[in-house]
Ligand binder design. Sequence first.
Ligand SMILES: Nc1ncnc2c1ncn2[C@@H]1O[C@H](COP(=O)(O)OP(=O)(O)OP(=O)(O)O)[C@@H](O)[C@H]1O
Length: 252
Amino acid sequence: MAEKILVTENVRLYYGEKEALHGINLDYRKYGITALIGPSGSGKSTYLRALNRMHDLTDYVTVTGTFLLNGEDIYAPNMDTVQLRKQIGMVFQQPMPFPFSIYDNVAFGLRTDGVKDKAILDEKVESSLKAAAIWDEVKDDLHKSALSLSGGQQQRISIARALATSPEILLLDEPTSALDPVSANLVENTLIQLREQYTMIIVTHSMSQASRISDRTAFFNQGKLIEVNDTKKMFLNPDQQMTQDYISGRFG
Ligand SMILES: Nc1ncnc2c1ncn2[C@@H]1O[C@H](COP(=O)(O)OP(=O)(O)OP(=O)(O)O)[C@@H](O)[C@H]1O
């Protein structure tokens, strides 16, 4: 059986008293894209953010269940969450470059890890920008502010920044929904190119995006995982009637 990189079992999450996730079980094999789909408020982002402990800063959130990255407990009290978020990187809906140069954005995580050697930084910045499919567009302007780029370019810089620290998993929360269609398409193509080297989990509202880029799709509704399946099967012939109703636009 293929190696499981990430295992989540019986995940429950409470915002104060309110239970927002009702016992999610989902495993991930190495590499490829899993799309999380479902109506607004179904818990997709809440679940995604639990995977790299993004809720830690919100004091009224309680998370229970099992989260194992390569067999290691993500919620162990001695887990270094800064390192964890490098292993499980995140790209948000709004591209969020720091107000620095393109180069400094991508080198940021390496520098916080203490890397000072210019040759190493140069090499990593270049390979990350190439992997994020934006090198050719910015290679002559690496010292220009990242804020001067278009939204789609900024989003690919965010991807490069996450890739620079060699993550094992990349979480993407609606990474193209704030972009124009041409930029969204470029970001999608980048993700397709990365899927043989990275394990990616993407929240998307776009059924067509899920079917174009993902290998596996998980359908959430009201804080529950209704179905997880091979993407082709999910969109052609899902196992659950509720999935069929959702993907054919009968609710949500
Ligand atoms: N910070 C918060 N405090 C309290 N409740 C929250 C918070 N964030 C989300 N919720 C609630 O948790 C539930 C799941 O929300 P979540 O944002 O995870 O859904 P989603 O499927 O990602 O929705 P969308 O597609 O609209 O982003 C909703 O009922 C929402 O109102």
